[in-house]
Design a protein around this ligand. Structure first.
Ligand code: NDP
Ligand code: BG6
Length: 482
């Protein structure tokens, strides 16, 4: 299926931190892809801002080399790459100083959408926001795109929200959680709210439990300093896993419109029950040689930061009482595998012999790799000679069903275009971020107060044994990470 491309209005996007890792790996490749499919108008322009002293040619060479490294399209389409690079201009601005701002201002056009992308250290977010006003770069229709982390705890998130809201309206602030831009994550909403089939089953009467797994094979990948101060709870659970949980658990919004959707997500977060210390497992990876350990990777031999979290979460509302959500995420696990598994209750009365092959019905929403949705059912094993049941799945793998060839657009492509369109549905509202911190903070505080040490797990495993026990003691089992 060829995806439909609806061009967006013309825009100027200013990327603060244009020479940084995120801009090079995600933001600029996303813009290049949207340019290549014709969604980005010809007159749209990209203004890269960073601190280093380089000339225009050196900046373009840096971007070109990165696009070649991170996108196959840049290798295949050199002409397109060349014309894309013409859209780029570099501005040297140290955001602490006064120099260079007027050059950026002079280059911005007044009659197009204006987006400021904050791809810099979070400690600069407030400063850049105020400079945008002080230097006259901000206009009433401009948008700011804020990278994560949005605060380090509730107090910091509130203070940042206040700082930004003193200068911009909520409708101008786009707080990014790139998981919301992933194709399958959006499909979760499509599946739930465009089919009549699921809603009658979507509750604790029919769903036994939910598993959300985001497993990574990578370690801290050069972000050790940031990661060691955050850990998996702040880096992944507070945002990405929380968003997945919200999309599964929320009530149907009245409309597919930013505030309707976000109102329902906030209600879910506010319904989360406090997590008991016995319902949570923290882990840290190490290996047999002692070299590939988390502590080595973050250069902190005494670190007790978690690179893995597994937890049982209860939602205190009518729909979900007695259906636990089990969340698990970690680095250096055995496979790169992210999925949501909705495990249904068994039939109330079984007329067939109980066998090992019999499995509960499960709806698996696979985020990555091999994006798609599968519904596991039991059917009769074909052929004569007895009556045996076998598990067969109805497969909606996007690559097969929709002919995407496994090439879904990157989350950033969708999200940046949504900023230009002015659609905040897939961005977090301020109160949503604060509610998530309000739930996460006490868990972290408890760890800090009790000096709970993380359980070690082997690099390349499924995580610590204690995570397995978390489900075993409830008579359940994690799905294999594969
Ligand atoms: P990097 O350290 O790779 O890049 C930082 C950028 O900020 C560089 O372009 C740097 O310019 C610029 N910069 C630093 N100091 C100044 C200054 N005083 N004035 C102007 N520009 C300055 O960071 P990342 O790209 O990794 O991260 C950027 C943001 O994205 C952070 O908020 C991070 O938390 C978030 N993020 C990053 C992810 C990732 O995978 N990298 C994932 C999710 C979020 P120069 O190089 O010229 O000094
Ligand atoms: C980022 C985290 O937000 O998400 C990283 O900071 C993590 O630690 C990454 O690796 C995972 O994103 P994805 O899209 O690769 O699953």
């Amino acid at each position: 299926m060829v995806s439909r491309v609806i061009p967006v209005d013309s825009f100027d996007i200013v990327i603060f931190g244009a020479t940084g890792d995120l801009a090079r790996r995600k933001i600029l490749p996303a813009l290049f892809h949207r340019y290549a499919v014709g969604q980005m108008p010809d007159e749209a322009r990209i203004l890269g801002v960073a601190r280093r002293e380089i000339n225009q040619q050196a900046f373009k060479t840096l971007v070109r080399d990165n696009l070649i490294e991170f996108t196959q399209l840049a290798v295949k389409e050199p002409k397109l790459l060349k014309s894309f690079l013409e859209k780029l201009t570099y501005f040297r601005v140290d955001v602490h100083g006064e120099d260079g701002w007027s050059d950026v201002s002079g280059a911005l056009r007044s009659n197009v959408k204006r987006v400021f992308c904050f791809s810099v250290s979070p400690s600069f977010f407030g400063l850049i926001a105020s400079k945008l006003h002080a230097t006259g770069l901000a206009n009433p229709d401009c948008r700011i795109l804020i990278e994560k982390p949005f605060g380090h705890n509730l107090i910091a998130a509130k203070s940042l929200n206040n700082e930004l809201l003193n200068l911009f309206s909520e409708h101008q602030i786009y707080r990014i959680d790139h998981y919301l831009g992933k194709e399958t994550v959006q499909n979760l909403m499509a599946l739930r709210f465009s089919n009549a089939l699921w809603e009658p089953l979507w509750n604790s009467t029919h769903i036994d439990h939910v598993q959300i797994t985001v497993a990574e094979t990578i370690g801290v990948s050069g972000r050790g300093d940031y990661y060691d101060r955050s850990g998996a709870m702040r880096d992944m659970v507070q945002n990405h896993l929380m968003q997945l949980l919200c999309l599964i658990a929320m009530e149907p919004p009245a409309r597919f419109e930013p505030n309707s959707v976000r109102d329902e997500k906030v209600k879910v977060i506010q319904s989360l029950e406090p997590v008991l210390p016995t319902d949570i497992v923290r882990g840290q990876y190490r290996d047999k040689t002692g070299n590939e350990t988390y502590r080595n990777h973050v250069n902190n031999p005494d670190s007790n930061t978690e690179s893995f979290v597994a937890m049982k979460v209860n939602i205190g509302n009518w729909r979900w009482a007695s259906t636990p959500f089990y969340l698990r995420t970690g680095k250096k696990l055995k496979s790169q595998s992210s999925e949501v598994a909705i495990i249904f209750r068994d039939p109330p009365h079984m007329i067939f012999p109980i066998s090992e092959e019999r499995k509960s019905n499960a709806l698996i929403i696979r985020l990555q790799p091999n994006e798609g949705i599968k519904l596991h059912n039991m059917i009769k094993e074909p052929g004569p000679g007895g009556f045996r049941l076998t598990d067969v799945s109805l497969d909606m793998t996007f690559a097969n069903t929709l002919g995407t060839g496994g090439n879904s657009q990157d989350a950033y492509e969708r999200l940046i275009m949504d900023v230009i369109r002015g659609d905040q549905t897939l961005f977090m509202r301020g109160d949503e971020v604060e509610a998530a911190w309000a739930w996460v903070d006490p868990i972290i505080a408890e760890w800090e107060q009790t000096d709970v040490l993380p359980a070690f797990y082997q690099n390349g495993s499924s995580g610590p044994d204690q995570a397995t026990s978390l489900l075993h003691r409830d008579g359940r089992e994690w799905r294999d990470i594969c």
